[in-house]
Design a protein around this ligand. Structure first.
Ligand SMILES: Cc1cc2nc3c(=O)[nH]c(=O)nc-3n(C[C@H](O)[C@H](O)[C@H](O)COP(=O)(O)OP(=O)(O)OC[C@H]3O[C@@H](n4cnc5c(N)ncnc54)[C@H](O)[C@@H]3O)c2cc1C
Length: 443
């Protein structure tokens, strides 16, 4: 008998459990989850706050009942406190304070990530908000019901911060985004693209304060202002969106870690301890751009890693294909997608890269409803292997990014891309397609 215990039942944990029970019926699986819900799509948080969707109901794709119906034993609102990796026993406590002990043959750690809370004076004040859980979104929405909630400061211009400034602006708030960097989305895009998003945010009335570091949150019980190294801003609510760190305290100094503290796993999701797998935000991924392990916290990676661990825990030997960190964002109708590395990031990493940038309309000029598209492809100067791609448009060109993701995974060169058979139909694109044109103009 193979008894599997899964710690954490969000995207990664749910994917592992579904894989196990769909493919290996009858396997004994116990899921231990400390929250009261599972499978919350955090990406829907901004849509819910900004009232672009009616409510949170559709933001869950699984629950305790569904997984129990498949045959899993689910312990909700139960927190794993320690694990004896030698005796293969998990020690947990339920919401009534009762101690629980589960032994295992295989263990899957899916403990995810935690918001980074910088040690700034005033961080504990009321109305300083984190944004990770369903409950966090609920808190923010409840607070917004107070009419005196006018000035909202978002700290951090990554995906989540940028999505949230749009949400608050849609509610007609005074919104300021503060970031220590000189633009938004700098981890994924080069200046040609961050400039477009910056203009988009400014055009919609969002105040952007770049190159500023938050040094204090001022208030008396409740937040009143945010002080940076350059300015002070009145604030009724402050959203801290400065990133996430892997939640790996259960490794207890026994599991080998990556440089940022994530569980270091191989392509089978195995940790350094036998029969112990780690998946999702608590673990590393294999980054095909770097040909090395990396940390890229995305729901997509969480799901794929859960599938791989589920199969391996049941004895089917499969390996991850690696990832490119493909991602997308849509803000006030401006769509940006990227995969692999930006040119800026590549140079920071010491990679010897070249890039090609091309701008055109999506369709021929005789088509009336048309949109500008910008595309940039980053490739290795010597091998000419594609290492990254970025695209921006108000047109939904997002599906094109999957091809670049595959190109990076399969080590395709920029020259092979230039000769790729790309179809043409005026309803969709141009005979001289911008992907081809960008590749052809590579030096
Ligand atoms: C606002 C927001 C927007 C996002 N948008 C996107 C997007 O558009 N696209 C995308 O791909 N990704 C997005 N992400 C990232 C994505 O949500 C994460 O990558 C994903 O949640 C990772 O899933 P996970 O299951 O590995 O970890 P988590 O979601 O962190 O889940 C870990 C689970 O483990 C449980 N747990 C932890 N410790 C214990 C313990 N000791 N005992 C029991 N249970 C425990 C937790 O309660 C939690 O349910 C977004 C994230 C946020 C916050």
């Amino acid at each position: 008998m193979n008894k599997i215990v899964v710690v954490g039942g969000n995207h990664a944990g749910t994917a592992a459990v579904n894989t196990i029970l769909d493919n290996y019926p009858g396997t004994e699986v116990t899921v231990i989850e400390e929250n009261s819900n599972i499978s919350f799509l955090g990406c829907g948080m901004a849509l819910w706050i900004g009232q672009q969707i009616d409510g949170p109901e559709g933001l869950f794709y699984s629950n305790e009942k569904i997984l129990t119906g498949k045959g899993a034993k689910i312990l909700m609102e139960t927190s794993v406190e320690s694990i004896d990796y030698t005796k293969k026993i998990v020690h947990a406590k339920d919401k009534h304070g009762e101690n629980i002990r589960e032994d295992y043959d295989k263990l899957i750690l899916a403990t995810g990530s935690l918001p980074i809370i910088p040690p700034i004076p005033g961080i504990e004040l009321e109305n300083v908000q984190q944004v990770k859980l369903y409950q966090n979104a609920e808190e923010v929405i409840k607070k917004l019901e107070h009419t005196n909630m006018k000035n909202i400061i978002v700290v951090g211009g990554g995906y989540i911060g940028v999505e949230l400034v749009e949400a608050f602006k849609r509610l007609d708030k005074n919104v300021t985004l503060i970031d220590v960097a000189d633009a938004v989305l700098t981890s994924y895009y080069d200046p040609e693209f961050t400039r477009v998003m910056t203009k988009n945010l400014e055009n919609h009335g969002i105040k952007l304060s770049f190159n500023e570091k938050v040094v204090e949150i001022i208030g008396d019980k409740k937040v009143q202002a945010v002080k940076t190294d350059k300015n002070e801003y009145p604030a009724d609510m402050v959203i801290m969106a400065v990133g996430f760190k892997p939640n790996t305290s259960l490794g207890d100094g026994q599991i080998e870690l990556f440089k940022n503290g994530a569980f270091l796993v191989n392509k089978k999701q195995e940790t350094s301890i036998g029969d112990v797998f780690a998946i999702g935000d608590c673990a590393t991924v294999y980054d095909n751009t770097l040909d090395a392990p990396n940390y890229i916290a995305l729901a997509t990676n969480a799901v794929r890693s859960g599938i791989i661990a589920g199969h391996n825990a049941c004895g089917t030997n499969i390996e991850s294909l690696g990832v490119q960190g493909s991602n997308g964002i849509c803000i006030f109708d401006l769509k940006m997608v990227s995969t692999g590395v930006s040119e800026t990031k590549a140079k920071q990493l010491g990679l010897n890269v070249e890039s090609t940038l091309y701008q055109d309309t999506q369709k021929p000029t005789f088509i009336k409803n048309n949109d500008e598209v910008i595309i940039k492809i980053v490739y290795d100067k010597t091998s000419r292997r594609i290492l990254g791609a970025q695209m921006a448009s108000t047109y939904d060109m997002s599906m094109g990014l999957h091809m670049f993701s595959l190109a990076i995974q399969e080590h395709v060169t920029i020259d092979r891309l230039a000769l790729l058979d790309i179809f043409f139909l005026p309803h969709f694109n141009q005979p001289y397609n911008y992907i081809t044109m960008a590749a052809l103009s590579a030096k």
